[in-house]
Design a protein around this ligand. Structure first.
Ligand SMILES: N[C@@H](CCC(=O)N[C@@H](CS)C(=O)NCC(=O)O)C(=O)O
Length: 290
């Protein structure tokens, strides 16, 4: 049991055995740990990712673009296993110096363009294809407001609440209280907005919905950190209405399957290199149960 009244030493030192779910991959230094080139497939976009909420934002955007008829949005989605440290390969760090999924290359430009940070990818793709970002000045600004809200807020949900409630080796009241309060405040922010707006940018579905849905949509289902009862997520009825509405979109359903390594085998398309992979390469087809 760690000392609950820990007094920080004068100089912080790295405790490699600190415990917690991601202790083995967390380091206080950046840069690659090993040399490895990343594979490059046949499509203009090469995504290196995993089916976590941050990864799913981008696969939803690609599937929505393809569903809307933008054939130039074809992409290969390669699996990056962050539990095994694949985000620290030299090839990955060349794209994302921050060593976090998702990382994306656009090979349709000369030279190719690197992208890191899921919000940057959503904005880049929306501008490139002229889609899912309203044209109207006020709605466009509102979509970008909420896109940046998500980027700034989700770390309190994941890195704050999720870390201390679900992943830390021991439970402490102070950080769990602090972050439960913040996450409930965030849910109330969303709930009040969605009470008077169909989507985040008003009546237009946009990249803001794609950014927020994988985190806060999942949270109100109770699936995230198994915290539905603790946070009383059923109270946020407007978020639940929006979560169901967005979740019913075919592009969202497909995007949520890509690079997914957990859940029902038929919901996992661990790598996507062709649209037909949804029919032929889900985990139930690749590894049929006997
Ligand atoms: N702000 C980043 C967050 C990305 C992020 O936190 N990715 C996590 C998985 S959800 C990751 O790759 N973690 C691996 C690590 O921290 O080593 C984004 O939205 O792209």
């Amino acid at each position: 049991m760690a000392d609950p009244t820990y007094t920080p030493p004068k100089i912080w030192t790295w405790d490699k055995e600190s415990g917690g779910r991601f202790a083995s991959i967390n380091r206080p230094i950046a840069g690659p740990t090993h040399d490895k080139e990343l594979p490059v497939g046949k499509h203009p976009f090469q995504l290196y990712s995993l089916g976590t909420p941050n990864g799913v934002k981008v696969t939803i955007m690609f599937e929505e673009l393809l569903a809307a008829g933008f054939k130039a949005a074809e992409y290969d989605a390669w699996l990056i296993n962050i539990g095994e440290g694949a985000q620290f390969s030299s090839g990955f760090v060349d794209i994302n110096p921050n060593s976090k999924i998702p990382a994306l290359m656009d090979h349709s430009t000369t030279p190719p363009t690197r992208l890191f940070e899921s919000g940057s990818m959503l904005l880049y793709l929306a501008e490139k294809f002229g889609a899912f970002l309203p044209k109207d000045h006020y709605k466009r600004t509102e979509a970008i407001n909420w896109l940046f809200w998500q980027m700034g807020s989700a770390p309190f949900l994941g890195g704050g609440f999720g870390h201390f409630y679900a992943y830390a080796p021991e439970k402490y009241e102070y950080p769990i209280n602090r972050y439960a309060m913040e996450v409930k405040r965030q849910l109330d922010v969303l709930d009040r907005h969605l009470k008077v707006n169909e989507y985040f940018a008003g009546d237009e579905y946009s990249i803001a919905d794609m950014a927020i849905w994988p985190w806060y949509g999942a949270l109100v289902t109770g699936a995230v950190y198994d915290a539905g009862e603790f946070l009383q997520v059923h109270e946020y009825t407007n978020v639940i209405r929006w979560m169901k509405q967005v979740g019913a979109r075919p592009g969202v359903k497909r995007g949520a399957m890509v690079n997914r390594t957990f859940g029902k085998p038929e919901s996992q398309l661990r790598e996507r290199h062709d649209a037909s992979d949804f029919d032929t390469r889900t985990q139930d087809k690749l590894e049929p149960q006997s």
